[in-house]
Ligand binder design. Structure first.
Ligand SMILES: Cc1cc2nc3c(=O)[nH]c(=O)nc-3n(C[C@H](O)[C@H](O)[C@H](O)COP(=O)(O)OP(=O)(O)OC[C@H]3O[C@@H](n4cnc5c(N)ncnc54)[C@H](O)[C@@H]3O)c2cc1C
Length: 811
């Protein structure tokens, strides 16, 4: 084994070899893969080999589409067949909700340029005679569905990587990892030590163990998974004979089944409800090319449905049952990217659909290692989307939930129950007593809306407007006419201090920093001038700043901050997490309420718009900022956690005769839509620049150097290709959920990033990016947005819907 490499990839499953191949494709030749046993010795060898492009996140779907296109490329370079058959596939619907979901899926495929077809049960039977059409309500045909040979694909990647310069060492377990003083890694293996600039954890079933080598507890868990292979079936041979083709790939989510042809029979797999984790605490190193004991009783309920849905199975024998483990993250998406605090340690773990996603994961990670940026928006897969609260028990509960719901319809307003409550604020019980309906944000319980006293605080899960519609409308109305109180604790809060704080932040952020006692809004850009954060920054004193940002991106932002910290001690950085909590009041009567809380005049001369100061509200010390994401007159109060409950009580008591009512995050989003405010991970993401996102007024190119300045200046000079706009949509019973196609003259010109119902303006709203030349086309109903298969007329709003001259906020 050589003694040094640019990158060492640990693990020769389909993901590790894909990372290796993509590193060589990016031009890095001095790269090595180390495998404990033979290639495919984890979950890869016994996979069913199915692959497709469908994913709820269009960015992940794009990478899946890339993966499928890649198989031809690696076959050509390696000379090794992958066994890839693009058979096409059918998603079946046995319930009305599923049929609705197929329409959503159809829209998503359109975004990838893939034309699919919605079929009646009879039409589905014509192309797939194995089904009993009486059991189904419809189907979606998609051409981008196929299967392959897992082992051949892995070897094709490996050979292609070798052809391009990589080396692979087999039967050589990595036993220890130590950071070198230069920031690389010393990798101890059974065959000796190798030093690398970067190390990649592609340990699959052993990802946790490879994480633990550096003190990292990754939120991954393996689950047992079973599929069966039938004896030869005359029905299959008949289809092959009459069509000249293989049987289509089948996903029957209501039966919790997937099926494909295997030789002259069929392969049928199931994600059973009574699922079982495997090796929940530690994966044994000696686990090899072994299968787990089959448990036919566990999958019997799915098989019974299978017999009904596919009658030919009733008289077909089972040749073999495969039971093998593979890993999942709590939300079922991969965990990729650099790990906060571990220089040059990269993850490519938790890839549960290695044959649909492995190529995209390899490409994104190789870009990230070689270029410093994944080149796509990989937020949905970024390892930083989890925090230190994802303990083993949390992961266990969420992974089991995710597995057992794998094929279940997930409604856009649905909050999943497992592992909750976990992180709560001191006002949780008070909100509960007020009939709050909770959701979860970065593990924290957050009031979504408050049910009236005579309503059970449970939201109907639906694609349509739910029972929350009227209560949220009332909450919005009360903010706009009286005053509302909302918990804002789920924001991330960072404190930056020290003699170097100002110059460091100035380099990091795109706007000019505020003066002492003031706030500013600012984007944060990466080196390519794309959005990686949108923050409120407050300067409390010389050398003391606070940043407020998206709570879900706390680890993501801390990773970036820490990577960019100066090497001296001139800057101290702290994330306050749940130690600093927040409440906000908003609405025309909020000033009167504030003056009661501070026992003095709260007029504009005391606290101007965008002021930020230490302020005692009675006995409670706060940091108070005059700002509100409702777009109304409003204030944000930040307090140490021990004051949160008392502050809530004081506000509710003193605001009683002003008509104060609590409101939840749903009303907050509805109100902010009326101001066309975007959010992290939907509108603000690393595929858009600040000018495309209409954050121009928060970028100051004149202030001097900052990260991303040159690219931002270029974006400004050339004008962005796409621009964020707000549509009013003639929606009927349901509003956009995100990712719907936007049409102009029957052509898709963009997709919806987010939206919903703007209750005070009484309109259905959608935000999305369109080619810039359309952004000023305000003709009524000049566009269409496809919601659940219906093309709804839509118009771009020429101005924000609430308070266009910002007089309320500034009053
Ligand atoms: C029954 C079943 C059916 C499936 N069907 C499908 C399907 O149809 N389609 C699909 O896309 N996916 C399917 N999967 C999932 C698929 O198998 C996984 O997504 C994929 O194999 C993950 O690959 P990986 O490289 O991340 O991990 P693994 O395949 O687990 O590879 C990890 C490798 O790392 C090595 N390693 C670990 N630690 C060390 C160390 N310390 N030193 C050196 N080497 C180390 C291991 O030996 C192993 O070879 C299925 C899985 C199962 C179990």
């Amino acid at each position: 084994m050589k003694s040094h490499a640019q990158v060492v990839v640990i693990g020769g499953g389909v993901v590790g070899v894909s990372v290796l191949y993509h590193l060589t494709k990016a031009g890095w030749k001095d790269v090595v893969l180390i495998e404990r046993s033979e290639l495919t010795s984890g979950s890869t060898w016994h996979a069913a080999g199915g692959c497709h492009t469908l994913n709820n996140d269009p960015q992940v779907a794009k990478l899946q589409s890339y993966t499928i296109d890649l198989y031809k490329e690696i076959e050509e370079i390696s000379g090794q067949e992958t066994g890839f058959h693009l058979t096409g596939g059918v998603f079946l619907a046995a319930t009305p909700e599923r049929l609705e979901l197929l329409k959503v899926m159809q829209s998503q495929e359109k975004l990838l340029g893939i034309e699919t077809e919605l079929l009646t049960p009879k039409e589905a039977e014509n192309i797939l005679p194995l089904i009993n059409p009486n059991e189904f309500l419809g189907a979606l045909y998609t051409p981008m569905h196929g299967h392959l040979s897992p082992s051949d694909v892995t070897h094709a990647y490996a050979k292609a990587a070798r052809v391009q310069g990589a080396e692979i060492y087999l039967r050589n377990r990595v036993t220890e990892l130590n950071q070198t003083p230069e920031g690389g890694w010393s990798i101890t293996t059974e065959q000796g030590t190798i030093v690398a600039d970067h190390v990649v954890n592609a340990g699959g079933l052993w990802a946790r163990e490879v994480g633990r080598m550096v003190g990292l507890e990754l939120p991954v868990l393996a689950m047992e998974h079973m599929y069966l292979i039938t004896e030869d079936m005359p029905e299959v041979e008949e289809i092959n004979r009459t069509t000249g083709k293989e049987v289509l790939h089948i996903v029957d989510p209501d039966g919790e089944l997937y099926l494909r042809q295997e030789r002259k029979g069929m392969l049928m797999g199931t994600y059973e409800k009574a699922c079982v984790p495997w090796a929940p605490k530690e994966t044994p190193w000696e686990f090899g090319h072994e299968l787990l004991a089959e448990d036919i009783d566990r999958i019997a309920p799915s098989l019974e449905v299978g017999f009904r849905h596919f009658p030919a199975f009733e008289h077909t024998g089972i040749k073999q049952i495969i039971n093998g483990p593979f890993t999942f993250a709590p939300d079922g998406n991969p965990l990729i990217g650099p790990v906060r605090g571990l220089k040059n340690y990269w993850c490519a773990c938790g890839v549960m659909a290695g044959f649909s996603q492995g190529g995209g994961v390899g490409l994104a990670l190789a870009n990230w290692i070689t270029e410093g940026d994944p080149g796509f928006d990989v937020w949905g897969m970024d390892v930083s989307r989890y925090g230190d609260w994802t303990t083993m028990a949390y992961t266990n509960a969420k992974v089991r939930e995710n597995y057992s719901r794998r094929f279940q319809v997930r409604f856009p307003n649905e909050e999943l129950p497992a592992a909750r409550p976990l992180r709560t604020t001191p006002i949780y019980e008070k909100q509960k007593a007020l009939n709050a309906v909770f959701g979860v944000s970065f593990g924290m319980e957050q009031a979504l809306w408050y049910a009236p006293a005579d309503m059970t605080p449970v939201e109907n899960v639906t694609f349509l407007r739910s029972n929350a519609f009227e209560p949220i409308k009332n909450e919005c109305q009360n903010v706009r006419t009286n005053v509302g109180l909302v918990d804002i604790s789920s924001f991330a809060k960072y404190e930056i201090t020290g003699p170097g704080a100002e110059s460091w932040l100035d380099m990091l952020l795109a706007n000019r920093l505020p003066k002492v006692g003031r706030l500013c809004l600012t984007p944060m850009l990466n080196h390519n001038g794309k959005l990686i954060g949108d923050f409120t920054v407050g300067k409390l004193a010389d050398e003391r700043f606070f940043i407020f940002g998206s709570g879900a991106a706390e680890q993501y932002h801390m990773r970036w901050f820490e990577e960019n910290l100066p090497n001296d001690d001139s800057v101290s950085l702290q994330s306050h997490g749940m130690n600093l909590l927040g409440l906000s009041i908003a609405g025309p009567r909020s000033r009167e309420l504030l003056s009661r809380l501070i026992n003095e005049d709260a007029s504009d001369s005391t606290l101007r718009f965008l002021d930020f100061q230490s302020l005692d509200l009675g006995m409670i010390p706060t940091l108070t900022g005059r700002i509100s994401f409702t777009g109304d007159l409003g204030y944000e109060f930040w307090v140490r956690s021990e004051f949160h409950g008392q502050l809530w009580d004081d506000i509710m008591t003193k605001g009683a005769d002003l008509g104060i009512r609590p409101f939840g995050s749903r009303a907050m989003r509805s109100l902010s839509l009326e101001k066309s405010f975007g959010s992290w991970a939907t509108e603000y993401r690393p595929i858009y620049g600040p000018y495309a996102a209409r954050l121009d007024r928060f970028v100051n190119l004149e202030k001097g150097a900052f990260i991303g300045r040159e690219s931002a200046a270029e974006e400004k000079a050339n004008g962005p290709e796409k621009t964020l706009v707000t549509f009013s949509v003639s929606a009927k019973q349901c509003d956009v959920m995100g990712n719907e196609p936007i049409y102009k003259d029957n052509k898709i010109i963009g997709y919806v990033t987010s939206g919903g119902y703007a209750h005070y303006a009484d309109r259905s709203i959608a935000l999305g990016y369109v080619p810039t030349h359309y952004a000023t086309e305000f003709s009524p109903d000049g566009f269409e947005i496809e919601i659940m298969g219906d093309r709804c007329p839509a118009s771009i709003n020429a101005d924000v819907l609430f308070d266009p001259d910002a007089s309320h906020m500034r009053s």
